[in-house]
Write a protein that binds this ligand. Structure first.
Ligand code: RTP
Length: 155
């Protein structure tokens, strides 16, 4: 905890149903894992429209809200909590801009998507939304504080 260069924190990410359908789950998870972040919670969730609406409550007034909620409830997402130094901001950098046609190559959306409505992944945009979204998608008992340097399994 507290390494140089960033405070250890947690963020919520969801691999959206379009990426699940396209077989991109491991590709996307691999990018966070290889960067060095720690997966502390993971499950597949098929959201109801009500649940998707709660997750995107900030966007209720936007013209695309109805379609967004319909899409998010059309199949299962892969819900995750990732932990590590500066992970909230860095996850957004790794994800890329909301519109995949504006996200840089090398980012998840820049490499893997072309459509804003099918942009393969969600990531919390700030500390407060990370806290809120983790609490919405996971109960505390589903989040695991495990240690990278535990060598108990070596005899
Ligand atoms: P997310 O919450 O999914 O990580 O995406 P974001 O912060 O990059 O973008 P946000 O503005 O919060 O929008 C949430 C999701 O709504 C869909 N969207 N569709 N013009 C459109 O049709 C439009 N704009 C946004 C995207 O799927 C976006 O990820």
């Amino acid at each position: 905890a507290g390494e140089e260069g960033g405070v250890t924190e947690r963020t919520f990410m969801a691999i959206k149903y379009d990426a699940v359908q396209r077989g991109l789950i491991s590709e996307i998870m691999g990018r966070m894992e290889k960067k060095g972040y720690k997966l502390v919670a993971l499950k597949m969730v098929w959201p109801t429209e009500e649940f998707a609406g709660k997750h995107y409550h900030d966007l209720k007034e936007r013209p695309f809200f109805g379609n967004l909620v319909k899409f998010m409830s059309s199949g299962p997402a892969v819900a995750m909590v990732w932990e590590g130094p500066g992970v909230i901001k860095m996850a957004r950098t790794i994800i890329g801009a909301t519109d995949p046609l504006k996200s840089n190559p090398g980012t998840i959306r820049g490499d893997l998507a072309t459509s804003v409505g099918r942009n393969v992944i969600h990531g919390s945009d700030a500390y407060s939304t990370a806290e809120e979204e983790i609490a919405l998608w996971f109960s505390p008992s589903e989040i695991h504080a495990w240690n990278r340097t535990n060598e108990d399994w070596i005899s």
